[in-house]
Design a protein around this ligand. Structure first.
Ligand code: MG
Length: 221
């Protein structure tokens, strides 16, 4: 049972948005289209490039460098510079609405992984201002050995430093012994570049959970 070849993984790190709850991005894009706006352009203006860590206002919010209301002003100005008279945060508020329930198959999988003796961690790009709201969605202490929130540590995915920090805080887990799940390809690729096993979570997480269970729970059935 403790044969390392039979069970090479020691830890699993999970993203939050798009894994435990629906990603806001598809609904945001759909709302943009309803208003007759260029959805991909508005996404880029609001959130910056999804697969990079830059000085876009949204990224600075997620690194805890900029209050979210200041970012809102900066992003509205970015939109106005392209003749888009819109407050993307209104769209975002609509789309983020009432998701207060986590996806139970994902939660059940985390419990199973913990029961099998692996460490679990949450690694989220997030905003200080919505801390209480998102944390209320999950029983964090029951599910995870550690929670790394970008806005608290001042680093965000896909910067390699935040993956190293998360592995360190789980007790110095080697990257090659860890699995990482996220709904953004850039974040998964960054984890894989460090030697972690990456799993991309699609809008329906079922396939990702099958892959995860096969990697860590196969011997347990
Ligand atoms: Mg996500």
């Amino acid at each position: 049972m403790d044969d390392p070849a039979a069970r090479p993984f020691e830890a699993v790190l999970f993203d939050f948005g798009g894994v435990f709850i629906d990603s806001p991005f598809p609904a945001f894009a759909a709302s943009s289209l309803e208003l007759g706006l260029d959805a991909s352009r508005l996404m880029e203006l609001t959130f910056g490039p999804l697969d990079e860590d830059t000085d876009h206002p949204w990224h600075r919010v997620e690194r805890g460098e900029l209050p979210i209301l200041d970012a809102r002003k900066e992003i509205i100005a970015l939109c106005q510079a392209e003749d888009l008279e819109v407050d993307p945060f209104r769209l975002l508020a609509r789309t983020m609405g009432a998701q207060t329930q986590a996806r139970s198959p994902v939660v059940d999988c985390v419990h199973a992984i913990r029961s099998a003796g692996l460490k679990t961690g949450l690694l989220t790009n997030n905003a200080l201002e919505i801390r209480e709201r998102w944390r209320a969605v999950l029983p964090l202490a029951d599910l995870f050995d550690d929670v790394v929130d970008s806005s608290e540590v001042g680093v965000r995915k896909p910067d390699p430093a935040i993956y190293h920090l998360a592995l360190e805080r789980l007790g110095g887990v080697d990257a090659s012994s860890a699995i990482f799940l996220d709904d953004l390809p850039g974040n998964v690729e960054a984890a894989e570049a460090l030697g972690m096993r990456g799993i991309l979570v699609e809008p329906d997480p079922a396939l990702a959970l099958v892959e995860l269970r096969s990697l860590v729970l196969s011997s347990a059935g």
